[in-house]
Design a binder for this molecule. Structure first.
Ligand code: FES
Length: 122
């Protein structure tokens, strides 16, 4: 994909993110924000013991954070929380298809860090 196609792909994920909104039967809510910019994400999770049955999100944030959350929520749906490790985040970075600066890595990492910190809630 050339740069223009990648930009269009990211913009589409931003405007039409997967798993966006509130799933009605969630039984866990996790929230976090990027302290540098104040952008924030709320994850709505339907879990059964340690398994993520369904997940959705709402966010106020940049293109990268929203696109990354769209990708991540798709990847972890149906997975056991204990199996979600840094490899998932590395896959998200690959799927974003852009080289990320340090500050942009924080944007991409926001939803993953919320899940990681929320593991104790499962
Ligand atoms: Fe705030 Fe990206 S600029 S999360």
């Amino acid at each position: 994909m050339d740069n223009q196609m990648i930009r269009a792909y990211l913009m589409d994920l931003y405007k039409n993110p997967k798993n966006y909104g509130v799933i009605k039967d969630h039984n866990l809510v996790l929230h976090g924000e990027n302290p540098v910019c104040g952008d924030n994400i709320t994850l709505y999770i339907k879990k059964d013991k340690k398994k993520i049955i369904d997940i959705s999100f709402e966010s106020e944030g940049c293109i990268i954070s929203k696109a990354a959350t769209s990708i991540l929520t798709d990847k972890i749906k149906g997975k056991y929380i204990d199996d979600i490790d840094i490899d998932f985040f590395n896959e998200v970075r690959e799927d974003l298809m852009v080289e990320l600066s340090l500050s942009r890595i924080k944007c991409a990492e926001l939803s993953f860090s919320i899940i990681d910190k929320g593991k104790k809630e499962f």
